[in-house]
Design a protein around this ligand. Structure first.
Ligand SMILES: Nc1ncnc2c1ncn2[C@@H]1O[C@H](COP(=O)(O)OP(=O)(O)O)[C@@H](O)[C@H]1O
Ligand SMILES: [Mg+2]
Length: 261
């Protein structure tokens, strides 16, 4: 049986970068330098080109986008338009070939790998279409994981994860492994995990795309409710226009451009 303690990277590995992240990372009030206005997320002239064996594929060349604190933005567009690519870049899971991404006024291109990892853990929540939960861990342990990585004490993480699962109606499912949960329940656990460290930016890549319409609406409503209650900014890719219309703005990604839908 897997042990959640051994699944967490050693704290020492993260400690090296801790000092500089604390000084530079978003969310640090002292580093903001006065009252200068800074959007939560600012993307400027973003370019992403994939280089394959004999060809290059440019997904976007000069993409710009700003999201305010607490603003929820839907990202729509045909399959293959680059929605997942954009979310991966903003989620610091991939690096752009040009342009810049700033979070809370800090250019993430200037951060080291360790700083990016820490920022992703503490500032950004990510929800995938397929839950990506750890199969060998319970729902509770899956939600505890980001907190433990951030250095939260185990008993405190367990309490907070339990409360979070409770707000998503999953108190009776805490000890179930993902395989013993329905699709809707798995996604609700994934939402709880994404919210575990109180992120300021939530990214979701078709979070209900794998669910039947009724479950999709139920899970989406819970997601919006939780995100609004916490004042989190969000960029959510979806094919469902009924769901997209609940956002503050709907942007369409087509032919490498973002346009108001
Ligand atoms: N790692 C990669 N290498 C090469 N091409 C990729 C890679 N990831 C995505 N693509 C291509 O980028 C385009 C956009 O993909 P994606 O971002 O997944 O679109 P969407 O999420 O809007 O359906 C597609 O043509 C896809 O094949
Ligand atoms: Mg996609």
């Amino acid at each position: 049986m897997s042990n959640i303690d051994t699944a967490i990277p050693p704290q020492d590995a993260q400690a090296d970068s801790q000092e500089s992240v604390q000084n530079n990372a978003p969310g640090n009030e002292q580093s903001k330098g006065g009252n200068a206005y800074k959007p939560l997320l600012h993307i400027d002239g973003l370019e992403k080109t994939f280089h394959q064996a004999e060809s290059t594929l440019t997904i976007f060349k000069s993409l710009s986008l700003s999201i305010e604190k607490g603003e929820m933005v839907a990202l729509v567009g045909p399959s293959g338009a680059g929605k997942s690519t954009l979310l991966q870049l903003v989620g610091l899971l991939d690096t752009p070939t040009g342009g810049s991404i700033s979070i809370d006024g800090h250019n993430v291109g200037n951060l080291s790998d360790a700083e990016r990892t820490k920022l992703r853990n503490q500032f950004i929540g990510f929800i995938y279409q397929f839950h990506h939960l750890q199969p060998e861990f319970s729902a509770l342990e899956n939600v505890m994981m980001p907190m433990l990585i951030a250095g939260t004490h185990k008993s405190e993480a367990a309490k907070a994860a339990s409360e979070l699962l409770g707000t998503l109606g999953l108190s009776a499912r805490e000890n179930h492994r993902p395989a013993r949960l329905s699709g809707g329940e798995q996604q609700r656990v994934a939402i709880a995990r994404a919210l575990a460290n109180d992120p300021r930016l939530l990214l979701a890549d078709e979070p209900t795309g794998n669910l039947d319409p009724a479950t999709s609406a139920e899970v989406f409503n819970l997601l919006v409710d939780r995100v609004r209650a916490r004042g989190i900014g969000a960029l959510i890719a979806t094919h469902n226009m009924d769901l997209a219309d609940q956002m503050d703005r709907v942007l369409e990604l087509k032919q490498g451009r973002l346009v108001v839908y």
